[in-house]
Write a protein that binds this ligand. Structure first.
Ligand code: ATP
Length: 138
């Protein structure tokens, strides 16, 4: 099986580093699958679920927030603000973040604040959706 090197860096850590068979990225245009020897490009990464299949065949899922991915010479570098495995998601924290964002959206805000609140809400909802215990709080 053809593999390629993947590194996922978020603001506070290297989330993943190793060889993969497949990476599925959430992009503004939808899911984008990357296999070995993909053409070189840079794509935006959206708030959503990223999935990768390691060299050994194990699937790893992560909730990521905005960033970008660079596909260059059979290497994929993904830079995102945050990345969490579903089992590491703090459901209570995501619920509170969702309520705060909803409350802000009910109030009058500047267009910039409105977009920030929308992004907070999307992060919280994606975390709740990805977490096994969080689904019931969406
Ligand atoms: P909050 O308002 O709760 O901080 P947020 O969406 O503003 O949520 P981020 O700025 O996206 O948080 O993330 C800051 C850091 O906290 C990152 O390292 C991220 O992985 C982590 N994080 C945020 N929310 C959660 C959560 N519900 N469970 C686990 N880690 C989280």
């Amino acid at each position: 099986m053809n593999t390629f090197f993947v590194k996922i860096i978020c603001s506070d850590k290297v989330f993943f580093e190793g060889r993969c068979q497949t990476v599925i990225l959430p992009t503004p245009e939808g899911q984008m699958g990357v296999l070995a020897h993909h053409e070189n490009m840079v794509v935006a990464v959206e708030i959503g679920k990223l999935r990768l299949q390691t060299k050994e065949g194990e699937w790893i899922e992560a909730v990521v927030s905005k960033g970008f991915a660079e596909i260059m010479n059979n290497r994929v570098s993904i830079l995102v603000n945050s990345a969490e495995r579903p089992e590491d998601i703090d459901v209570l924290r995501a619920r509170e973040a969702k309520e705060r964002a909803r409350e802000r959206l009910r109030q009058k805000q500047s267009i910039q604040e409105y977009h920030l609140s929308q992004a907070s809400l999307a992060r919280a909802m994606t975390r709740l959706q990805a977490s096994e215990h969080g689904k019931k709080y969406i």
